[in-house]
Ligand binder design. Structure first.
Ligand code: NAI
Length: 377
């Protein structure tokens, strides 16, 4: 198997998501880091890229130089990952798709719905893959839930309750920390803070497991720390195309909660629960029956849960392995194999439409609004 060449934007030394991408991309020998513009500080980024094995010529100061240097490079990049702050995703993703590269973009994919529509259009026209890093959907036991729903094992899904709430931005004295501040700065983050940062993971997960899409929503946003322009707490009620009722709470000021992402799916004949802090288990209760704990790696799981289980039963499976599963499927897709479940630009666009709908709803005291992108109505 020939290794695929991989390039990266952002994810510099000390960044939050950079290490998960590097572990995820390179874990299976599919990708090798060949080029990068890793840091907003050009010299730091170049030095760091070289410390990771990138040759000096392919360690770039910024994405424009990298586009220039890579577009006709004989040792062409097969994939580039965009892991910079939100405001840069659109221009980098668009430019590299147009230049004929496959892209994995961090969420939120864009700052606006129009930009999301543009990315979906450019990706289609280029014939290249544009994936979005909804990595939680690549946990094996999330795939198990999805396949159980698709197989009718809990009947029609009536209700989904999901939370993505942590307390890591709850300290008002730390609100000016640059790592925290950009997430609530409209120029860097967009129209929404916490909902666009974490809430859309939960919303994507609801759609992913239910096999359905969000149609409308009603939102209540709050900024609980005075200096913040954007919300740090969001309560969003939603309805799916097939009638499923959804409840979503996303907060960054829930002090004491660590990662805090969980989802409960209640159908006509059973219910299921998964939490990112115990990602190896799904709690499943058939109607009238006892709760069973399904464990990653055990026999009898769905084929997707089995395929994506990387470590033996009872050994913990971590977040970078979920990101690694995204890269496994990207490598397969780049090599021309069909992969179901890879989150694509359409998923990124749906999230942007949901973010704009939630902002619109929140300023109208929770009025129900259409949450679908114009092109999906
Ligand atoms: P961060 O602030 O920890 O790190 C950002 C990195 O990008 C830094 O190394 C910075 O120097 C670099 N950077 C900034 N502008 C750049 C530019 N123009 N060119 C090259 N490098 C640049 O941010 P974090 O938390 O790593 O987030 C980055 C992105 O990843 C965000 O869009 C965020 O929403 C997303 N993210 C996704 C997660 C997931 O679960 N899928 C989890 C955490 C973040």
């Amino acid at each position: 198997m020939t290794r695929l060449n991989w390039g990266m934007f952002g994810g510099g030394e000390g960044s939050q998501i950079g290490p998960a991408h590097r572990l995820g991309a390179q874990a299976d020998g599919n990708f090798v880091l060949a080029a990068g513009a890793l840091d907003v500080d050009a010299e730091k980024g170049k030095a760091y890229a070289q410390s990771l094995g990138v040759i000096a010529d392919r360690a770039y100061a910024n994405w424009q130089d990298m586009l220039e240097g890579e577009k006709n490079h004989p040792d062409r990049l097969d994939l580039i990952t965009v892991a910079t702050p939100n405001s840069t995703h659109f221009e980098i993703t668009k430019a590299f798709l147009e230049a004929g590269f496959n892209v994995l973009c961090e969420k939120p994919m864009t700052m606006t719905v129009d930009q999301g529509e543009e990315i979906v259009r450019v990706a289609k026209a280029s014939g290249k893959i544009c994936a979005v890093n909804y990595c939680y959907s690549a946990y094996p036991m999330v795939r198990q839930m999805r396949q159980m729903v698709a197989g009718g094992e809990i009947g029609k899904v009536r209700l989904i309750v999901t939370n993505f709430s942590h307390g890591h931005h709850g300290d008002a004295t730390d609100a000016d920390n640059p790592r925290v501040r950009w997430r609530y700065d409209p120029a860097m983050a967009g129209v929404s803070g916490q909902f666009a940062d974490c809430g859309i993971h939960a919303l994507h997960m609801a759609s992913f497991i239910a096999g359905d899409e969000v149609r409308s929503l009603s939102a209540d946003f709050a900024s609980t720390i005075d200096s913040r322009v954007l919300e740090d707490d969001a309560m969003v009620n939603f309805r799916m195309e097939g009638g499923t009722v959804g409840r979503l709470w996303s907060s960054s000021v829930a002090i004491g909660r660590q990662h805090g992402f969980d989802i409960q799916v209640f159908g006509e004949t059973g219910g299921m629960r998964w939490a990112s802090e115990q990602p190896n288990q799904v709690f499943y209760t058939p109607v009238g029956g006892r709760t069973q704990i399904m464990e990653k790696g055990e026999s009898g799981l769905s084929d997707e849960a089995t395929r994506l289980s990387r470590v033996a039963i009872a050994h913990p499976e971590g977040f970078p392995l979920a990101v690694a599963n995204i890269y496994v499927d990207l490598a397969a897709a780049i090599r021309g194999e069909q992969r179901d479940g890879l989150p694509l630009a359409e998923d990124g666009l749906r999230s942007m439409a949901a973010v704009y709908a939630a902002v619109d709803s929140a300023v109208q005291d929770g009025k129900w609004v259409d949450a679908r992108p114009p092109s999906f109505r």
